[in-house]
Write a protein that binds this ligand. Structure first.
Ligand code: ASP
Length: 369
C-alpha cells in the first residue's frame, strides 16, 4: 500500500520540468503558477488513485481464533454472516445520518452483544466460578476521552455502560459492583445475571475445567509447557472502529473475556491503549485475542505510536504489532481505521470474524484467512 506513494512524485517532477521550460518563455509568474496547477491536475494520477481507493467509514470484528471452514456448518456460517452484516448496517445507518462515530460504534456493538454468537453481552463466556464477568471500553478520538467497565455481571450492553462512564462521570474506568451501580443510576439496562447463560458457553467451561484437571496431574515443568486451559476455546470478543462525517475517529470493544478466567482476571479489551484506542491524529483500534499479550504489548496504542512517531501507514503499523505479539507467543487480531478512511485488519489466528463498510454503504464480511 505504501508503494503507490512514489508514483505521484514522479509525475510532479515531470510537471515541474515542463513548467520550468514554459517559464523561460513566459516570464510571467501568475501564468506560471496557473500552468503548473493545470498540468499537475491533468497529469498527476494521485486524484484518480485516491478516487479509486475505497474510503471506509466503519469496521467491526467478532473475535479471532481457531475458526476453520472445515469446522463450520453452512447454517452457522450463514448466521455469522447475517449478524455481522446487521451490525455493520446498524453502524453505517448512524454514520449516514451524520451521527457521531461513537453512536455508530454503540449501535454496531449492540447488535453483536445481543447475539449469543459472540463472546460479549448475551454470548459471554464463563469464569472458572461459572459466572459471566463482562468488560468493555469506548474512546473518542476527537478529544481522547474514554470510558470503560470491567467485571460487570448484570449490564445487558456493557458498551453503553462504558459510554456512560465517559460521558457522565469524571472517571475513565469502573469495575464490579460500583460500575453496576453507576450504570443503573444512569439509565443503562440491567438484567438478571442468568440472562447471560448459554449452553454453548457452559459446555466450553466444562471442557476447560476437564483440561484443568488433566493439567493438575502434570509435574511442574510440563505445566509450564502446557497451553493455558482456555486456549482452545475460540475467542469471540466484539469491536468496532468508525470515522464519521465530521472526520472524528472512535473505537469500542466489548467482551466476556476468556473462558475459565480466574481471580477477577481482566483482559485487554477495557484497558485504554491495550485493546482499545482512538486518536483523530492517527487511528482507531479495537483488538481481540489473548488479552495478556495485548496488554503487555500495549497493542492499540503501539499502532498509533508507530503511525505518529515512525510515520508508518496503518497497514504496516498494525501488522507489525500483531507480528510482535506472535513473537511473544500470543495470538489474535485487530481492526484499525485511520483518519483518511483506510482500514487494516491483521490477525495471526486461523480466522477472524470481520467486516467493513465504505462511505457509499458497501458491506463486506469475511471469516477465514
Ligand atoms: N481479548 C479478550 C480478553 O483477553 C478475549 C478475546 O478477544 O476474545 O479478554
Amino acid at each position: 500500500m505504501d508503494k503507490g506513494v512514489s508514483t505521484p512524485f514522479v509525475f510532479v517532477g515531470i510537471n515541474y520540468v515542463l513548467c520550468l521550460k514554459l517559464n523561460l518563455i513566459m516570464k510571467n509568474s501568475v501564468t506560471y503558477v496557473l500552468i503548473l496547477m493545470c498540468v499537475m491536475m491533468n497529469l498527476t494520477p494521485s486524484s484518480a488513485q485516491s478516487n479509486s481507493k475505497p474510503k471506509y467509514v466503519l469496521a467491526i470484528h467478532g473475535g479471532a481464533g481457531t475458526i476453520l471452514k472445515k469446522n463450520m456448518t453452512d447454517s452457522l456460517e450463514k448466521a455469522y454472516i447475517a449478524k455481522l452484516t446487521e451490525s455493520l448496517q446498524a453502524g453505517y445507518d448512524q454514520i449516514k445520518q451524520g451521527k457521531s462515530s461513537l453512536d455508530a460504534i454503540e449501535a454496531a456493538i449492540h447488535v453483536m452483544e445481543d447475539s449469543p454468537l459472540f463472546n460479549a453481552g448475551k454470548g459471554a463466556v464463563f469464569t472458572n466460578q461459572g459466572k459471566n464477568e463482562l468488560d468493555a471500553a469506548i474512546m473518542d478520538g476527537s478529544n481522547l476521552k474514554a470510558g470503560a467497565v470491567a467485571g460487570v455481571t448484570n449490564i445487558k450492553n456493557p458498551i453503553s455502560a462504558a459510554r456512560a462512564v465517559m460521558d457522565k462521570s469524571e472517571h475513565v474506568m469502573m469495575i464490579g459492583k460500583g460500575a453496576e451501580e453507576f450504570a443503573q443510576n444512569n439509565g443503562i439496562q440491567i438484567v438478571d445475571p442468568s440472562y447471560f447463560w448459554t449452553k454453548q458457553r457452559w459446555e466450553g467451561l466444562q471442557r476447560a475445567l476437564e483440561r484443568d484437571k488433566d493439567r493438575a496431574e502434570l509435574d511442574h515443568d510440563d505445566k509450564k509447557a502446557f497451553l493455558p486451559p482456555y486456549k482452545d476455546e475460540k475467542f469471540g470478543t466484539v469491536g468496532c472502529v468508525a470515522l464519521d462525517k465530521q472526520g472524528n475517529l472512535a473505537a469500542g470493544t466489548s467482551t466476556g473475556g476468556m473462558t475459565n478466567k480466574k481471580f477477577g482476571r481482566v483482559g485487554d479489551a477495557p484497558i485504554i491503549g491495550a485493546g482499545t484506542y482512538a486518536n483523530n491524529a492517527t487511528v482507531a483500534i479495537s483488538c481481540t485475542g489473548w488479552g495478556e499479550f495485548f496488554i503487555r504489548s500495549v497493542a492499540a496504542f503501539n499502532v498509533s505510536a508507530k503511525m505518529q512517531y515512525a510515520k508508518m501507514g496503518v497497514a504496516k503499523a498494525s501488522q507489525e504489532v500483531i507480528d510482535e505479539i506472535g513473537k511473544l507467543g500470543g495470538d489474535g487480531g485487530m481492526i484499525a481505521i485511520d483518519k483518511n478512511g483506510e482500514v487494516a485488519m491483521p490477525f495471526n489466528t486461523e480466522g477472524m470474524y470481520r467486516g467493513t463498510v465504505t462511505a457509499d454503504g458497501k458491506i463486506t464480511v469475511e471469516i477465514y484467512k
